[in-house]
Ligand binder design. Sequence first.
Ligand code: THU
Length: 160
Amino acid sequence: MKSLIITANLELYESCDELPQDVQDLMDMASDARDCAYAPYSKFKVGAAVLMDNNEIITGSNQENASYPSGLCAERTAMFYAGAKYPDAKFVKMALTAKSMNHRVVTPIPPCGSCRQAIAEYEVKQDGPIEIYFMGETGKVIKSNSLKELLPLVFDNTYL
Ligand code: THU
C-alpha cells in the first residue's frame, strides 16, 4: 500500500479589495443576485455570477423548495441558464457569495459537491479552466484557478 497525497493550489485574499476591479465587479453582481435567493427553509442565501468569453454575465441564486431536493443551488441556477442561453460561450470566471439570515458568514463558502461536479462538466465542455472566487458575506476570498483544484479525482466522461 502507498499513500496518495493530493494537494490543492488556492489563493487566499484578505478581502475583496485585494482583487482586480473586474472580479470585484463580478462579486458585486453575485451579491446583488444573492438578495434574490429564495431560501425560506435554510435561511442561507447564495449568489453566483458567471462571466463568459462573450463578455456577458449571468447571475443566479439558490431557489429552494418544500420538497428539499427539488431546490437548486445558486451556481447551477446561473451555469445552467448561461449554458442554455449561450451554448457556445466559454465560462471564464465565476464569483460566489453567501449570507445567512441567522449568523454573519465571514468565512469563504465553497461550492457544494454537486455544483463542483456541474462546474467540472463545463470545464470538459469548453476544454479550459474556470476561475472560481468564493467568499461569505464579508471577509476573506478564496480563488481557485480551475475546478480541478476543488475536486480531485473528478468523475468525468473519460470513464464512460
Ligand atoms: N447552496 C448553494 O446555493 N450553493 C452551494 O454551493 C451550497 C449550498 C444553497 C442550497 C440551499 O438552498 C442552501 O444553500 C443551504 O444548503
